[in-house]
Ligand binder design. Structure first.
Ligand code: NAP
Length: 260
């Protein structure tokens, strides 16, 4: 057709996305889906180098663009290095998925010591805050950025409290919900949307970390849909919130819980 242009020939710089904890589980599914949608993806991880390398390979095999960056997000220097590496390797940041999260052995509150509670909050709360800080410094129009989107990965546990398992974890995710509400309002005029997803019971390795590898078999009966969720089902919700399809959505917290 006269005057038409081949869109594939128009050179566009890709959107740059950091997925914290992108090596496994929900983070890896999000990284893979984001790459399919055209994002250049930084896959952050803490220690499992092989898992991160495998996710990078999976993206590259589909001709996507990805690199892995080891950094413990509970450390301020680690977070700063993660974002500086992204600036250097891929260019200006457009999006962040604050997905890295941790929990510890299931126990009642009266058995918890301060060190455990602090470790949980260091990753799930301080880490999420620091990553948001670095993202806002780069994306806010107030600082010369072009805007962007942040999706925080909270948890359905904020609504039930995880009694007998990990109230510290559930409370840390409550802080992530509040971070989302406050930051969404703080940067709404600066081109940044901030939203969260609350996954329910999702098939990943996190349950084994709590000491119950078969937890999904027990808890899926509590779900109105009578099944656990797949990481890809959470990733789809995250991607919707990240992209311009959700252009008028900010401060939202989306349950991805099968109705629970
Ligand atoms: P997962 O399979 O255990 O994977 C956790 C990921 O986070 C890994 O990539 C891990 O890297 C990384 N990570 C953990 N601590 C980190 C730190 N301090 N710095 C950098 N990376 C770190 O977990 P998942 O189940 O996919 O969970 C992803 C998110 O969803 C978490 O925030 C979790 O709380 C939330 N969530 C999960 C469920 C569920 O049922 N699965 C439900 C609700 C909410 P390494 O392997 O290298 O340590």
């Amino acid at each position: 057709m006269a005057g038409s242009r081949d869109v594939t020939s128009i050179s566009q710089s890709p959107q740059v996305l950091i997925v914290t904890g992108g090596s496994r589980g929900i983070g890896a599914a999000t990284a893979v889906l984001a790459a399919r949608r055209g994002y250049a993806v930084v896959i952050n991880y803490r220690q499992d180098h092989e898992a991160a390398a495998q996710t990078v390979r999976a993206i590259q095999q589909e001709n996507g663009r990805a690199l892995s960056v080891q950094a413990d997000i509970s450390s301020e220097t680690g977070v700063v290095r993660l974002f500086e590496t992204t600036d250097r390797e891929l260019g200006p940041l457009s999006a962040l998925v604050n997905n890295a999260g941790t929990l510890e052995q299931q126990m009642r509150l009266e058995a918890m010591d301060a060190a455990r509670i602090e470790r949980t909050f260091a990753t799930n709360v301080t880490g999420a805050f620091l990553c948001c800080r670095e993202a806002v410094r780069r994306m806010s129009t107030r600082h010369g950025g072009k805007g962007g989107a942040i999706v925080n990965v909270s948890s359905g546990s904020t609504c039930v409290g995880s009694p007998g398992e990990y109230i510290d974890y559930a409370a840390s995710k409550g802080a992530v919900d509040t971070l989302t509400i406050g930051l969404a309002k703080e940067v709404a005029e600066e081109g940044i949307r901030v939203n969260a997803v609350r996954p329910g019971f999702i098939y990943t390795d996190i349950h084994a970390k709590g000491g119950e590898p078969e937890r999904m078999e027990r808890v899926k009966k509590l779900v109105p849909m009578q099944r656990g969720g797949q990481p890809e089902e959470v990733a789809a919700a995250i991607l919707w919130l990240l992209t311009s399809e959700a252009s008028y959505v900010t401060g939202a917290i989306l349950n991805v819980t099968g109705g629970r």
